[in-house]
Design a protein. Structure first.
Length: 564
């Protein structure tokens, strides 16, 4: 029979795990901003505030055309309120991530039940790549909350407000969708529209729903609400065809927004190209949706079989999930965090499937064993990471062992205390995941960030030569730009040598650039050297202390010129 979670015991653990899940995500606030993308976006919003210009986007001291404005506007507002720092950069993203959790709960409760909503929220809070993205903040936390909010307001509702026309819901859904488009691009409309049409078609409602004015009004409102983005792009680029962007003039910001940034990447015909692998997200989700990925794959396989049989029922959530998966898999430009935006729907579908299973059935016994193994691996992984990174510091080990003991005590006493198989699976898995994420945000990431050389250079210059201009050429560091109190000049070697002709300048770069300047006869004095590693692309070998030196590069803070 399907297991009902015991109300009293379940509720106590549920509240504690939700609080802990929120806490471990908030722990990333104190960490530095990761390079390259996070630090780049933080620097763009910093320039926006310092210039008092909320229309034009600049990076590398020149016009920047890539992502839309909405996340930068939110970050600039946060900077204006809390100052320009990493916490202010991450706060708005966390707010939209929290909205994603809230709408995950509301959608699940509306479509299924209170208990499905509770389990879905726990899965959302403990999905690995959402936690990573709250540390390495890009556009995805914004998009996750906005997409979930739009779907919630557009979903069929049993209440009178929706049945009588639902004007408020139509407007709010359009507003969330417009903000999502102004975060990532027009493509986000495709899976949503496609999913609703799939739902209507499978339930014999397609013609009826398409004849309703509210859906056409909703799309019209989306067009109205994205006008701020269209106007800013027009003012910055279309009105100035003389600007050089992507190495050429006459670039249209509007064309880029509607075509090149989305469909151009998909077909690999735009200015930004990639190399796609159709199986990329199939194996990426195995780790990105940990510790729930096996349950997710089982759930989605059953949904796909239902789709083949053209079963009636709720198809908006599986429709969005499958369409996004197929679109991203077919694209030539792929990154692991792209699928984050459908994690709310993955969480709901997985929770609903899990709570429908026979608590005493073979399927749940097998999956319970798999989840137990995953939980143990997460706890062992913490200890292994401690051994690699913190062998002489026992505070991380005390934290991990304390949490492991709590996990073990729960598992030992759960059966005696009346917890059923489903509840044990959910609670123990969530507890193990929370243990890992607390370790990552408290100890692991801070240990890695000392290898982000641009940030270390900026902090040293801020302390020893506050307000001093720093020049940099390739290789670039966006964290240097963000953390520096003084101006950072992106330049080339010719401009650098010219600037250093009359007075010495500070210069950040690599050994190769230093050697080239020396060979040119330019006076160069190395002030300090800094170990450097691209920590957002972590490799196992780097974690091994005896092998780490071969993975490290060095960056130098130098004083260049003038010639004697």
């Amino acid at each position: 029979m399907t297991e009902q979670l015991t109300p009293v015991r379940w509720r106590s653990w549920y509240i504690a795990l939700v609080a802990a899940g929120i806490l471990v995500n908030l722990l990333g606030l104190h960490s530095s901003i990761l390079e390259p993308d996070g630090a780049l976006y933080a620097s763009i919003a910093k320039t926006m505030v310092l210039n008092g210009d909320w229309v034009n986007l600049y990076a590398h001291n020149r016009d920047w055309l890539d992502k839309p404005h909405f996340p930068f506007w939110m970050t600039a507002i946060s900077y204006s309120l809390f100052g320009i720092n990493e916490i202010a950069y991450k706060i708005p993203a966390l707010v939209f991530w929290a909205l994603g959790g809230w709408y995950t709960f509301l959608i699940a409760r509306r479509l299924y039940s209170e208990q499905v909503a509770q389990v879905a929220l726990l899965i959302y809070l403990t999905a690995l790549h959402l936690v990573i993205s709250n540390n390495d903040v890009r556009a995805e936390p914004y998009l996750t909350g906005l997409l979930a909010g739009s779907v919630y307001y557009w979903l069929p509702s049993p209440d009178r407000w929706h049945r009588s026309g639902g004007t408020g819901r139509v407007v709010l859904g359009a507003l969330f969708m417009a903000a999502a488009i102004m975060t990532k691009g027009i493509f986000i409309l495709i899976p949503v529209v496609g999913a609703f049409m799939l739902h209507w078609a499978l339930n014999g409602q397609l013609k009826q729903e398409l004849s309703k004015p509210r859906w056409w009004i909703a799309l019209g409102l989306v067009g109205v609400f994205i006008l701020p983005e269209l106007l800013t792009l027009y003012w910055q680029f279309d009105q100035h065809p003389e600007k050089t962007v992507f190495g050429r003039t006459g670039v249209s910001g509007l064309r880029f927004f509607f075509w090149d940034s989305q469909f151009g990447r998909f077909m690999n015909t735009g200015p930004i190209k990639g190399k796609g692998d159709p199986s990329f997200f199939l194996h990426t989700l195995l780790w990105a949706f940990l510790p729930w990925s096996i349950l997710l794959y089982t759930t989605m396989w059953e949904k796909i079989k239902g789709l083949v049989r053209r079963e009636k029922g709720e198809w908006v959530l599986p429709g969005i999930s499958l369409i996004c998966f197929l679109l991203f898999s077919a694209s030539r430009f792929q990154l692991p965090h792209y699928m984050n935006i459908v994690f709310p729907f993955f969480a709901i579908l997985t929770a609903e499937w899990l709570l429908r299973q026979d608590a005493e059935g073979k399927k749940l016994r097998v999956l319970g064993g798999i989840q137990l193994g995953i939980s143990i691996l997460l706890l062992v992984g913490c200890i292994l990471l401690w051994g690699l990174m913190y062998l002489t510091n026992f505070r991380p080990l005390v934290y991990v062992l304390s949490m492991a003991i709590l996990w073990g005590l729960f598992w030992k006493k759960a059966g005696v205390s009346g917890f059923g198989r489903t509840a044990r699976l959910i609670i123990s898995t969530s507890l193990a995941a929370i243990t890992l994420y607390g370790f990552l945000n408290l100890y692991f990431y801070p240990a890695l960030l000392k290898y982000q050389s641009g940030e270390q250079v900026a902090k040293q210059v801020n302390q020893q030569q506050p307000g001093k201009r720093i020049y940099q050429t390739n290789p670039l560091s966006y964290s240097l730009d963000f953390y520096s109190d003084g101006p950072v000049r992106y330049t080339d070697r010719v401009e650098l040598v010219a600037a250093a002709k009359d007075s010495a300048v500070l210069y950040y770069s690599s050994r190769e650039q230093r050697d080239t300047l020396v060979a040119m006869g330019v006076p160069v004095q190395v002030i300090d050297s800094f170990p450097h590693y691209h920590i957002s692309k972590l490799k196992i070998g780097f974690l091994l202390p005896d092998k780490r030196p071969k993975y490290l590069q060095y960056r130098y803070l130098m004083q260049v010129g003038p010639k004697p």
